[in-house]
Design a protein around this ligand. Structure first.
Ligand SMILES: [Fe+2]
Length: 282
């Protein structure tokens, strides 16, 4: 049995683990010489180590603290930090020529715990309503303006209203809640989703092209039950009131909706582009 103070004993290991963790935390926040996007990736790997299935990061110690640090770092990222300075003014970025995809993706890095990349949306492009099963997500706008609508599926309870009469034959709509709909710019704090809150969203570029940095943890993986599914909002229902607000209004949020799983929209497609920013090692 190891004596107290023996580096091979419990106290020795605890101290070493603490020292190692502190050093990693210190490095993630206190190394201003590292490119900001590298510090984001390192903090993401601390927050979402990806050692076991979905949501593993949440089970590890200090998850909320690490998530808060990641959110703070992400909130500092600008377009120039990922090599996109000047991109917003590029005629190429504004153009939506026939045959060009509405959305592009630049992968920065990916581990079993998270993926980090940039989505580029051309003017008016829309990422349709979709879910992130068992995942966290953090979204930071780099340029332009996006409208993000956040929803959740609800478990059908005994008091649930009957399915809407307009549902297609054979469809199985399920109740949901539209929690928020708001515009985000580079002046906004990151938008955060969790496995249980704001897990579905739709993202639309408004008034021109837009780009956002995206952290997904763990990454989508159909073999692990994390397949991206798309939805359509069938019908709006008043939640806690009978007065309908005008279309597009946020006065009546949150509000109940019916959600119907749909195939991916035909006008939503994309391509990968090379990432032009600093090299990142998570
Ligand atoms: Fe998403």
């Amino acid at each position: 049995m190891a004596a107290a103070g023996d580096p091979k004993g419990r106290a020795g290991w605890s101290f070493r683990a603490w020292k190692s963790r502190w050093r990693r935390l210190w490095r993630s926040e206190a190394e201003p010489s590292k490119p900001l996007i590298q510090r984001v990736a390192r903090q993401a790997s601390l927050t979402f180590p990806g050692t076991r299935g979905s949501g593993d990061g949440e089970a590890s110690g200090g998850f909320e603290e690490n998530l808060s640090r990641l959110r703070s770092l992400l909130g500092q990222v600008r377009a120039r930090d990922v090599g996109l300075a000047g991109r917003r003014a590029s005629p190429r970025a504004r153009a939506r020529a026939p045959g060009r995809p509405p959305v592009s993706y630049m992968s920065i890095c990916e581990t079993p715990g998270f993926s980090l990349g940039v989505f580029l949306l051309r003017a008016g492009a829309r990422v349709p309503l979709h879910d992130h099963p068992g995942m966290h997500g953090l979204l930071r706008v780099l340029y332009g303006t996006v409208r993000i609508s956040c929803l959740d599926k609800l478990e059908p309870g005994p008091g649930a209203p009957p399915p809407p009469p307009g549902a297609p034959d054979g469809a199985a709509p399920r109740p949901g809640v539209l929690r928020s709909s708001a515009e985000f710019t580079e002046a906004s704090a990151p938008c955060v989703l969790t496995p249980s809150r704001d897990n579905l969203h739709q993202i639309q570029a408004v008034r021109g092209p837009a780009a956002f940095l995206d952290v997904l943890a763990p990454p989508y993986d159909p073999t692990q039950g994390r397949e991206c599914r798309y939805y359509q909002v069938l019908e709006r229902l008043p939640l806690g009131g009978t007065e309908e607000a005008p279309e597009g209004s946020t006065r009546d949020l949150p509000r109940a909706v019916w959600l119907l799983e749909t195939p991916k929209a035909e006008d939503f497609w994309g391509e990968e582009e090379p990432y032009p920013g600093p090299k990142v090692l998570p």
